[in-house]
Design a protein around this ligand. Sequence first.
Ligand SMILES: [Zn+2]
Length: 310
Amino acid sequence: MRRSLPLGLLATIAILTVALVPGAAQEDHAVTIQSMDVRENLYVISGGGGHTAALITEDHGVVIVDTKLAGWGQSIIDTMALITEEPITTIINTHTHGDHVGGNADFPVAVEIIAHENTAARMEETEAITGQAHAQADRTYADRLTLFEGRDQIDLYHFGAGHTDGDTIVVFPALRTIHMGDLFAFLGPPYIDVNNGGSGVAYPDTLEAIVAAFDDVERVIPGHIPPPPGSPIYGSSACRPSCSGWSGWQEVVNYAQFNRDFLDSVRASHTAGRSVTEAIAALDLWSRYPAYGQNRADANVEAIYDELDR
Ligand SMILES: [Zn+2]
């Protein structure tokens, strides 16, 4: 029997900012916990790095997706302790960046850490946790890994390079919810971490493979995008119809198309012999994607040129 707060109380803390003050050094480690769906015990904890997802399973304790910056793991532990007595059993790291794995070190040694095999190798060199054996991956996979069954089922997928070469998306099939990690982190050109195997040429392929693989995802947890204005909850029934689509599945579909359009434009410029500067000027995407920022457009054109020249 799961021990957790009564549903009514959970509903009242659908959004709850937790300012935890265990010591002076951590007094600004405030996080916000939001229910994805109070009936299903899936939460998003924001602040201190990438979005953390927390699923309170029926039979396997609490599963955490990403652990924020170094020093923020305890905030996750303390926040979950407010709403369940179930122990945290499992961490899934979506990729190697320090704002997603840094908190690993704060969790008990018994917690199993799971990551894609490329990410596991890169985590050993990730500054936030390097040399900390208990913060490293205990279990890896190559293409797909399924944890648990029934309502507890969690599917991990790797569809190829993009943000890094070890990106995992995490699907909660019974909840029709997906955590995209930093493959879908911001609205605009993505951060392509070429030093960690990221690829601007593969990026649209990877997103299109994700779009093609699922047809019933309702809710999306992006790596960093804040919830829609006026709603604490990503694409849930609580904000329909006004914000359906925002950070919902259609937003991922649009994002795949944006990255395809971006690559097509850069590739055409490359083929035409344009300089990087000319290729940047030739990008004609922004009227079609008015909500998208243009940060990193220049850097991504350069990164894609480098890849095409190789
Ligand atoms: Zn990242």
